[in-house]
Design a protein around this ligand. Structure first.
Ligand SMILES: *[C@@H]1O[C@H](CO)[C@@H](O)[C@H](O)[C@H]1NC(C)=O
Ligand SMILES: *[C@@H]1O[C@H](CO)[C@@H](O)[C@H](O)[C@H]1NC(C)=O
Ligand SMILES: *[C@@H]1O[C@H](CO)[C@@H](O)[C@H](O)[C@H]1NC(C)=O
Ligand SMILES: *[C@@H]1O[C@H](CO)[C@@H](O)[C@H](O)[C@H]1NC(C)=O
Ligand SMILES: [Zn+2]
Length: 394
């Protein structure tokens, strides 16, 4: 208890205390048995933190980092909902050369933590609480063994990654200028050399309701939508490809339209995710708009324009993201999922970005999300290796 309260005090006013206290207690606490990576990972995974409900996990994470001697800043993302990012640094300086970052929100639904033999299961056990635990353990161990200085590194744990990155976008206001950022996501213990870009699209078709026996009096939003979607899928085969990322893919994730078999549908909509393998979102938006407008041409009356009967709402989107992967002895590959990387602006000329973490994306959002103990241990070694290489200490 003494250690905890002293360290809490130290975190609050370390400038005063650091002159009075030797550094040793802090370093010891970082490597003490209290800091067992599996206990930390368990405690964090046991707290449900589905996006928009991250507060409890955030409070736990913040107080746990404080207990380990970190200076902790909470950055509000949505104060009313109690959602915040956590920026924490173990040394005396806030501006560090290396930043490690992961997200602590998860997708729904919640599955409880379970550990049987060497397998650890539960929602978030991989995505992304395994990365948080491994980053934290790696940094603590390097400091405790004096392989790096506590002033070299800082941690940023954000909310909202799973629903578009409002947490990471907010983190731009922290005005951090690390030379290197190491993002944690499930990458099977390999470096990621890049990921596809992303573009969201909502299509809304507008019809005119009428009796199904007199279709010429109305316009079926369902027909407008299906015509548009057929054109979209056909266009999809010709969208830009690249050797590195393969083909641009279109997922018709959700469709809705009409009210009954004997009523002409007055509205219909579709939600679509596009994974961009080459080119820019702007170019793809213009290709899609052109193809869809052409496809619905036959539904136009005198004086109506395509945009009157079909509305295309795109997200801002981003093109493919190339990621640094120049760590000797570490394998790299590309992935098809999006990350928070494009949400964090580059603040330093030549800023390096790595993406690495334990566990597989293939189970990450599933009902059997799980990883092996060894994957967590190996990721600690991996993070250490990246950090040491970046600092020229390998
Ligand atoms: C995990 O939680 C238990 C029970 O509250 C506590 O005793 C332990 O110190 C925690 N460990 C870590 C590493 O957070
Ligand atoms: C755990 O290991 C024991 C002994 O090797 C084995 O009998 C048991 O089936 C394993 N349990 C699971 C869930 O794999
Ligand atoms: C997309 O648009 C670009 C120009 O903006 C054009 O060069 C390209 O051929 C178009 N692709 C398709 C598949 O229509
Ligand atoms: C599309 O975007 C426009 C303008 O931002 C907005 O007014 C409209 O409600 C959006 N439509 C849908 C279906 O989201
Ligand atoms: Zn993730």
């Amino acid at each position: 208890m003494w250690t905890i309260s002293l360290l809490g005090l130290l975190a609050c006013s370390r400038t005063v205390l650091s002159t009075l206290l030797p550094q040793e207690p802090l370093l010891e606490s970082l490597s003490s048995s209290k800091h067992d990576i599996f206990a930390f990972h368990k405690n964090l995974t046991e707290i449900e933190s589905i996006t928009y409900n991250e507060q409890k996990a955030g409070e736990w994470l913040a107080s746990s980092l404080k207990d380990h001697g970190y200076t902790v800043e909470k950055q509000w993302v949505d104060k009313k909902e109690g959602r915040f990012n956590i920026y924490a640094y173990p040394g005396d300086i806030r501006e560090t050369e290396i930043l490690l970052s992961s997200h602590y929100d998860t997708v729904p639904p919640f599955y409880p933590y379970r550990r049987s033999n060497s397998t650890i299961q539960g929602r978030g056990s991989v995505d992304d609480k395994a990365s948080i635990a491994a980053q934290f353990a790696a940094v603590n161990s390097l400091i405790a063994h004096k392989q790096i200085s506590a002033d070299d590194v800082a941690l940023l744990f954000v909310v909202g990654e799973e629903v578009g990155g409002d947490g990471m976008r907010k983190a731009n206001d922290l005005d951090l200028k690390p030379k290197t950022i190491i993002f944690g996501e499930p990458t099977e213990g390999k470096l990621v050399s890049g990921h596809k870009g992303n573009l969201g699209l909502k299509i809304q078709a507008k019809g005119k309701a009428a009796h199904s026996g007199y279709p010429w009096l109305g316009r079926s939003a369902n027909e407008v939508l299906t015509r548009a979607l057929a054109a979209l899928m056909e266009l999809g085969e010709n969208l830009p490809k690249s050797e590195k990322y393969g083909v641009t893919t279109i997922n018709l994730g959700r469709m809705e339209g009409g009210v009954a078999a004997n009523v002409i549908a007055s509205s219909a909509s579709a939600d679509i995710a596009i994974r961009i393998a080459a080119g820019t979102p702007e170019q793809i938006k213009s290709n899609i708009t052109q193809a869809v407008y052409l496809a619905v041409d036959t539904f136009l009356d005198d004086g109506t324009k395509p945009e009157d009967i079909i509305e295309l709402n795109f997200t801002k989107g981003y093109g493919p993201i190339d990621i640094d992967h120049d760590i000797p002895g570490m394998k790299s590959f590309t992935v098809n999922y999006g990350t928070d990387i494009p949400n964090l602006d580059k603040t330093v000329e030549g800023q390096k970005r790595y993406l690495y973490g334990p566990g597989s994306i293939l189970v990450a959002h599933s009902d059997h999300e799980a990883l092996e103990e060894d994957e967590l241990n190996d990721a600690v070694k991996g993070y250490k290796k990246i950090i040491l290489h970046v600092l020229g200490k390998d």
